[in-house]
Structure formats: C-alpha cells, structure tokens
Design a protein around this ligand. Sequence first.
Ligand code: FE2
Length: 180
Amino acid sequence: MIQHCYESSIWIKQFENSNEFNQDVLNTTKAIRAMTPEPIADHNVDLWVSDNMHIIRDRFIDGFEALCLEYNETSDFDVDSMNMVNPMKYGDFKSCHTHDVIDAFGVYYLNESNEGGKLRLYDPRFLNKKSFSKQTYIEIKPKTGLMVVAPYYIWHEVTPYLGKETRYSLVCNMVFNNVD
Ligand SMILES: [Fe+2]
C-alpha cells in the first residue's frame, strides 16, 4: 500500500485586518526601521512594541503551535529572541537558504507585491530529476496580512522584487526551549 513519507507541512494563513490596523503596524515597523542601523535585516529587533504588534506576535505563536501539533513537537518555545524587519527595495532578492540556529521561521507581510518578491518554498528532498516529484516548490505572492510559518529545514528564497514602493515584512523566528 502507498504510505505518505517525508511530508513537509507549512502553515499559511491570510488575516483580514482593518485598514487602520494595517496602517498602524506599517507605521510602527517604519519607526523600528528608523531606529535600527543598516542593514536592518541583519539586526535582531524587538518587534512587540505596541498592542497591535502584540496581536501579530499572538498570530505567530498560533502558527508555530499549529506546526508543533502537526509534527508532534512540544509547544515549549521562544519567539522573542530573533526577530527582524525586512524591507525590500527595487532589485532586492534573497537567495535560497535554510536556517540553522532556529527551529522554525515565520514571515508576515505588511504590504502587497505585484512585481516579483515572491516567496518560494522548496521541497526539501534532494532532487536532481523531475520524475516522482509532483511539485518542487510552492510560490507565495505577498499580500497584506499574509503569514507563513515553516520548519527551519525548508529551503526558501525570495525572487527579485521589482516594485517601486519599499515592501515590508516582519520575520519572527522560533526556538525550542530545553531540547536535549
Ligand atoms: Fe530565511
């Protein structure tokens, strides 16, 4: 019989917010950016500086908890130690990578991107042919209020962003406590 092996589960959720909420979170993010030295994406920052940012934090926690449930992992984790603001300007991209120190990563988009800047999440198996692989990656178009949470080993990249306005996202990394 067919058994499903080596599946990779990813949590994706589109939140519908008021314009006021979206604008407030964007303004707070820009204020954090203004206080942080460049390159900002290399700096750990405290994102949870307002009530609305705490709502985003709770959403990240919901996503990480759902992922833990899916993988039978404990929900004893930390989401406060390694977080970033990630602004993308015209031409910016991120090459394909995984993470090592953290256990899972999450991204939350603050504005839409119609011109590139897509998140590609790859099948983590080592593939050198296309046979027997239904889909080698999924591609996610950033949209305001969209959150993606995935295990550290998922290869991912961001395609070149070609929009005129700076596109903002928040990155929240999760680390398990007391893992032997
Ligand atoms: Fe990453």
